[in-house]
Write a protein that binds this ligand. Structure first.
Ligand SMILES: [Zn+2]
Length: 128
């Protein structure tokens, strides 16, 4: 579920060339376009909780928020259905968006407390 080193290199560049975009579109289709869109719309958030100093990545979707464990897991329906069950794809667009956001340093940082995290986890851990 991780991007290849070639892909990381392309995404690290200041701006994506047309051929890079075509490459990603041929590989990830519409998911790449959606991932870029949510990154540009600042919908990828990195929460840092204290005092445990733990990190949680969130992608704000249309109706709700999805918790992403980088390169491993996402709480969205597509991850469950298309990645785990049917294995049609190897990552949903949230997983893609998180990696793009981290590589391009385009995410919101939010500092919060462990007490707040416990409250937010109730919502984040939903997988319906
Ligand atoms: Zn997802």
């Amino acid at each position: 579920m991780a991007l290849s080193s070639t892909e990381v290199k392309k995404l690290s560049a200041e701006s994506l060339t047309q051929s890079d975009i075509e490459y990603f579109r041929s590989r990830y289709g519409k998911r790449f376009v959606r991932a870029l869109q949510v990154v540009e719309e600042n919908k990828v958030v990195k929460y840092q909780f204290q005092p445990s100093n733990t990190t949680t990545w969130i992608v704000r979707g249309r109706g709700r928020q999805y918790m992403v464990i980088p390169k491993i897991y996402c709480t969205c329906r597509s991850f469950y259905q298309d990645v785990v069950i049917s294995r049609e794809i190897n990552m949903c667009y949230h997983l893609l968006a998180q990696q793009i956001a981290e590589i391009r340093n385009l995410y919101d940082n939010i500092d919060s407390s462990d007490a707040e995290r416990r409250k937010m986890y109730v919502e984040w851990r939903r997988t319906d």
